[in-house]
Design a protein around this ligand. Structure first.
Ligand SMILES: *Cc1c(COP(=O)(O)O)cnc(C)c1O
Length: 402
């Protein structure tokens, strides 16, 4: 275990490793720091190539001491969408398909790590607000670790997430407010000592699990970073995590100084990062009346706002808002043309890339990676089937009708 200390992401104030933490005294996320010289000794391309694929192979840059709480997290594939790329006149577009993880979303990476750490610290009960996927992942890993979990979902959380979360034995509540309002209640209970608060970025280890997306990605691309990454941004854990992870990879000598441009994609109905990016602000104001079909990115206020904005700006990327129509169109197109069912958040990212391409922010010959963060099957889809009476049915008509 190479963790040296934790550090306030705003002030740099240091915190002791080896015990549970939430936000820093300044009310900002804590970042885990490692002895990178020690990590460098064993973390070579050759040694990594011989390890079992998946998030746990990056152990020198992970915080756990001992066995992980695991449900068999695979290395997720990078799947090209050749027909979609062709239609845009681009040489390629790649999708990192995080929908293959346990519970069907990349939240598994963060929660596997957070629950592993909570178990190590002897935590008995964890609570979290969630738009759906994080709750399912916490409930699953919590069940695996023998921990009690309490999950509070905002109204309009997809029902499949609510029922899945309950299936793992979690106590699930659907509340009449937005995710940050649910989070306030979780914070209140934590302050009263009822449970540990595992909210996005209010707990430092979910980020460490999420950063492995970036590690995996560069190894899969032959130890090269892509030119651009499009990420569906809610709380921003994955974007901030990958950005941190790239620095760590450089420090241990696995990559050079080149970085991908990071594009934070949001829906027009909830785009606090885009507004702050365009206004040149360091922090983002709360987005009122947030609404989008892409519920995973329906986050009106992110505690790591300044970290998202910093990564986007330092990388030379941008924050991009896309319409609901463009999101749904992108989901449809990828399914029909390339047989790939994106989740709506993945649709947002495809729409974001199309917009960036149209505006000349990315070139058609660049290597671009889009993150599809959940399995498209977890979301309600329009029923486009037709009713059929078998008695007297003419098979020819089945081919003719559109
Ligand atoms: C949580 C979630 C997001 C947003 O991820 P962050 O790292 O918190 O910004 C995007 N898409 C899906 C499907 C999600 O579940």
């Amino acid at each position: 275990m190479n963790v040296t200390f934790l550090e306030c992401s705003l002030t740099g104030e240091r915190y002791e490793a080896g015990k549970p933490h939430n936000l820093s005294r300044a009310g900002k996320p804590l970042l885990v720091r490692y002895d990178l010289e020690a990590a460098k000794k064993t973390m070579t391309r050759e040694s990594l190539a011989t390890r079992e694929p998946g998030m746990w192979k990056w152990r020198e840059l992970l915080p756990n001491d001992g066995e992980p709480v695991s449900l068999g997290e695979p290395q997720t594939p990078i799947v090209p969408l050749p027909n979609i790329a062709g239609r845009e006149g681009a040489s390629s577009v790649l999708v990192k398909d995080e929908g293959r993880l346990p519970t069907g979303s990349f939240k598994a990476r963060g929660l596997a790590m957070a629950v592993t750490m909570a178990k190590q610290f002897g935590t008995e009960r964890i609570a979290m607000p969630t738009n759906g996927n994080a709750g399912a992942a916490l409930a699953a890993y919590g069940a695996r670790a023998g921990m009690e979990t309490i999950i509070i979902c905002p109204a309009e959380t997809p029902e499949i997430n609510v029922t899945e979360t309950a299936a793992y034995g979690a106590r699930v509540y659907v509340a009449d407010g937005q995710i940050d309002e649910c989070g306030a209640l979780v914070g209140k209970g934590a302050a009263e000592g009822l449970w540990f608060d595992c909210s996005t970025l209010k707990e430092p280890y979910r980020l460490e699990g999420k950063k492995t997306m970036g590690f995996e990605l560069v190894e899969q691309l032959g130890w090269e970073v892509p030119d651009a990454i499009f990420y569906p941004t809610g709380g921003g854990t994955g974007l901030i995590g990958m950005w941190k992870g790239f620095d760590e990879l450089e420090a241990v000598g696995l990559i050079g100084s080149k970085r991908p441009r990071m594009y934070a994609v949001q829906a027009e109905g909830c785009a606090p990062m885009v507004r702050a990016f365009e206004n040149g602000d360091e922090f983002a104001e709360r987005w009122e009346k947030a609404a989008t079909v892409a519920t995973g990115i329906r986050v009106p206020k992110a505690v790591g706002d300044f970290l998202i904005l910093r990564a986007v700006r330092e990388s030379g990327g941008a924050a991009i808002a896309v319409s609901e129509e463009a999101i749904l169109q992108a989901v449809d197109d990828a399914a029909r043309e390339d047989g790939f069912l994106l989740c709506p958040e993945g649709g947002a990212v495809l729409a974001g890339w199309r917009k960036a391409l149209g505006q000349g922010m990315v070139r058609a010959d660049e290597r671009v990676v889009l993150f599809n963060c959940a399995n498209g099957n977890k979301y309600p889809l329009p029923d486009r089937s037709k009713r059929l009476t078998l008695q007297g049915a003419d098979p020819r008509e089945l081919c003719a009708s559109k």
